[in-house]
Write a protein that binds this ligand. Structure first.
Ligand code: GLC
Length: 805
């Protein structure tokens, strides 16, 4: 067999189990052709490591979670070993060694391909999994293509792909984690291997799905839970969760390549203020630097940065600057001289420092896999921090360089003292840069939260940074792709994500920009950005109508801030993303995978967004199970239905889940402006009960980690007929003293009681769209039905509050 093949192309699989040993929660196997080690991480998570020869030191940049002690059992028969917990059962066939996962009650979740299992061709290691009937695949991070990835294959190799097309692969980020779905069952597979890797979900074959890496161990985590949300929670237990971003980073952010000089930056910001378009952040792209040298300011364009930044701050605007890893080779330039002296740069195996060209010309690159270099880089932010900069935008960290970013594979990295070639390190370089920036800024900023943004990353990046999807294009297709990219990132542990609103390359049409601002307002990271050779792209540059539409959606974003902040807190606590593909809550509803509905998502727990091209007046939307309220008209609709809805450019199709509690505040020009002391609590009546965890903290320090937060559960129970605002938890006093309750969809004539005393509710006709979005009469050309909404104001005392009817 295989006579005609050379040694390096010969296919070899694990072979027969020869010995096995259970030590604590680790089952070790030796086989004819290799070794395996299975660790029960927790009842629903098993880690599988497989090697040909010997295991290398156990180390991961992605995984920070530790195994948890749990009940487990090993049963042995002549042909099988069965490892089980209360949640998951792994059956290991002894000859040949093949793995099959079952639920604890014996339903088949996932099995190795009988013939191939885990096998090698040369150093390339692959695990083959039998394709299950009707199996779908979702996730895998920043990947183009459909929500259901069945029939497609992907490559993980962090790549600067300027102006990427809507089907290009790979892009900037590697997250080798996906979720498989079939027969009402869900599982996750995370292959923790940083080498170039490939995932095949039944592309060019009808037999298997597979994941493979160019070299290294097969090291994968198998996760099972009844719900996709549970799988995400386990995945983020392994790879970590985000910390609370600064509140201001959730506001609207304006960027272009590049705003300069300083007077122009101020001019843009003043324009926002004059036009009453809310704004929280302005960006300085590469032209702020002197000859693109990191940690410098251009001497004439930005002659007094501290003054500029403080002027911006007094206008309520924070400043974020771009930082690229390339450090210009130039005698006398501090970062270069110091880095060279302290041995901070990546090198060829012969010790020569690696040099490639980027914006500044020939550059060296810090070795972010070296702890001392991470600290060195982190400390270098002291000047920028002293100037008042509090946002740091990490770019070009794939590593991008002229000549296609083809850094030679043999270039050496420290890899925490264990040493690795670029071939193994490329996919983590960007994440470690963002980590170093985050750790440095956090240390320097005196307990204030920095905004960290990155383009490249690896699994676990959410611990350090937000992510944007790089150089997109001003097209309808890209706008729709953007929604899928963010939804997919959300399915891969990364919640704080955004796209270049308006499109990076090319000029957006006015209607495209207007629609994109609407969609952007319903994305976690909300920033407009554009290339240096496009037209001016601030909201007012597209004419008055677009300016009004932009103001309305940006303002709506600020009104929704209490809801949005709570959604971020949920990501911090459980790993649940802010942008939630419908595959999270409606996993086995086939309709959601339909080409025309696959971009839809929930923004936070209960607002359904249907991203729609700006060229349409009508669009089909799928409302999944339950009842929904049209956000604009307030009309209640039955779920499990495909509807046609109006979507002229000022109306982004939005729906609210019945039973939802949506806390809102008054419109402000930035998060630094007080929203007053009234919280607007909208309750949308429905048949199903719900719980919303309301959350506040000071919005800018890490004191919340020590208990300085204000948290209370708000529960709606239509059967017991009450809304309860549970007693406050945490030591932060909370911003709002009063709450205005706005009850939607309740029948007339109900009597409401507050804490058993009588409470009068006024019925009031409100124009919902007017109440929620805008009261700009100029803008309200469309008809909106007037709705009867019940309104009462209550004191938001810290004890439990019960409203019953
Ligand atoms: C890269 C970034 C882009 C930035 C440009 C100049 O293309 O992706 O956002 O504007 O570099 O720094």
């Amino acid at each position: 067999m295989n006579q005609a093949f050379t040694q390096s192309s010969q296919h070899n699989s694990l072979g027969k189990v020869t010995t096995h040993r259970l030590t604590g929660q680790v089952l070790s196997l030796e086989t004819d052709n290799g070794k395996a080690e299975i660790t029960v991480f927790n009842p629903g998570v098993f880690r599988i490591r497989i090697v040909k020869d010997a295991f290398t030191e156990d180390f991961s940049y992605a995984v920070t979670g530790k195994p948890e002690k749990c009940e487990m059992n090993l049963a042995e028969t002549n042909d099988k070993l069965v490892l089980s917990t209360g949640k998951l059962k792994l059956e290991i066939n002894r000859n040949p060694a093949r793995f099959t996962f079952y639920t604890s009650d014996g339903r088949l979740i996932n099995s190795d391909d009988k013939a191939f299992g885990t096998s090698w061709i040369g150093t390339e290691v692959t695990t083959y999994k039998k394709l299950q009937e009707g199996e779908r695949f979702i996730g895998l991070g920043e990947k183009t293509g459909n929500l259901d990835r069945r029939g497609s294959a992907y490559d993980n190799w962090n790549t600067d792909n300027p102006r990427y097309g809507p089907n290009d692969d790979p892009l900037y980020v590697t997250i080798p984690f996906y979720i498989g779905l079939h027969s009402g069952l869900a599982y996750g597979i995370f292959m923790d291997n940083t080498h170039r890797s490939r995932f095949n979900f039944g592309a060019s074959n009808d037999r298997f799905s597979s994941f493979s890496a160019d070299d290294g161990e097969m090291d994968y985590y198998f996760i099972h839970d009844d719900k996709v949300a549970g799988i995400l929670s386990d995945y983020t237990l392994l790879t970590g969760r985000m910390t609370m971003p600064p509140l201001w980073a959730l506001g609207y952010q304006q960027c272009r390549w590049s705003y300069f000089p300083d007077s122009e930056v101020l001019n843009v910001v003043r324009n926002f203020r004059d036009r009453k378009i809310p704004l929280d952040v302005i960006y300085l792209d590469i032209h702020y630097m002197d000859a693109y040298k990191i940690f410098t300011w251009h001497p004439t364009r930005f002659s007094n940065p501290a003054k500029l930044i403080s002027d911006l701050k007094s206008l309520g605007v924070h400043t974020t600057v771009i930082v690229d890893p390339g450090i210009k080779v130039e005698k006398g330039y501090e970062a270069y001289e110091d880095g060279l002296k302290k041995d901070m740069f990546i090198k060829y195996p012969d010790g020569q420092v690696y040099t490639a060209q980027v914006w500044p010309g020939w550059c060296h690159f810090p070795d972010f896999t070296k702890p001392a270099a991470r600290e060195w880089w982190g400390d270098k932010f002291s000047g920028l921090v002293a100037d008042g900069v509090d946002g740091f935008w990490n770019d070009m960290n794939e590593i991008a360089s002229w000549g296609g970013g083809t850094t030679p594979h043999m270039v050496q990295l420290d890899w925490e003292g264990k040493h690795a070639a670029y071939r193994q390190a490329k996919n983590v370089y960007g994440m470690e840069m963002a980590r170093s920036t985050y750790e440095g800024a956090r240390k320097l900023m005196n307990n204030q939260r920095p905004l960290i943004l990155t383009r490249a990353g690896y699994a676990g990046l959410q611990r350090y940074t937000a992510l944007w999807t790089g150089d997109n294009q001003a097209s309808e297709e890209h706008m729709m792709l953007g929604a899928r990219l963010l939804n997919s990132l959300g399915l891969s542990g990364v919640s704080f994500t955004g796209v270049d609103v308006g499109g990076f390359s090319k000029d957006a049409t006015p209607s495209l920009f207007a629609r994109w601002i609407g969609i952007g307002a319903f994305s976690p990271f909300f920033r407009s950005h554009t290339h240096y050779d496009t037209k001016s792209a601030e909201p007012w540059t597209y004419g008055e109508t677009v300016e009004n539409i932009s103001r309305n959606y940006i303002q709506l974003r600020y009104k929704l801030m209490p809801y949005i902040y709570a959604a971020f807190h949920e990501s911090v606590e459980t790993g649940m993303p802010v942008n939630r593909s419908l595959a999270i809550d409606y996993t086995f509803d086939e309709k959601i995978y339909n080409y025309i509905y696959q971009n839809q998502y929930l923004f936070g727990p209960s607002i359904l967004v249907a991203p729609t091209e700006s060229t349409r007046d009508l669009v089909k939307v799928y409302l999944p199970a339950g009842e929904w309220y049209n956000f604009h008209t307030g009309i209640k609709l039955q779920g499990n239905s495909e509807i046609t809805t109006e979507c002229p450019v000022h109306i982004l199709p939005l729906f609210i889940k019945a039973g939802a509690v949506i806390p809102m505040q008054k419109a402000v020009q930035s998060t630094s402006e007080s929203p007053g002391d009234v919280l607007y609590l909208h309750l949308f009546s429905g048949n199903e009960s719900s719980e919303f965890v309301y959350y506040e903290d000071d919005g800018n320090s890490y004191n919340y980690e020590k208990g300085a937060f204000y948290k209370r559960s708000i529960t709606f129970d239509p059967v017991k007929r009450h809304l309860k605002i549970l007693a406050k938890e945490g030591s932060f006093p909370g911003r709002f003293k009063k709450a205005q309750l706005l009850l939607h969809g309740f029948p007339e004539g109900l009597k409401f009681k507050l804490n058993n005393g009588a409470l009068a509710f006024e019925g009031s006709e409100i124009d919902l769209f007017n109440a929620l979005v805008t009261n700009d009469p100029q803008y309200l050309e469309t008809k909106h039905s007037k709705l009867e909404v019940l309104i009462a104001e209550i004191n938001l005392v810290d004890d439990e509050i019960t409203l019953s009817w």
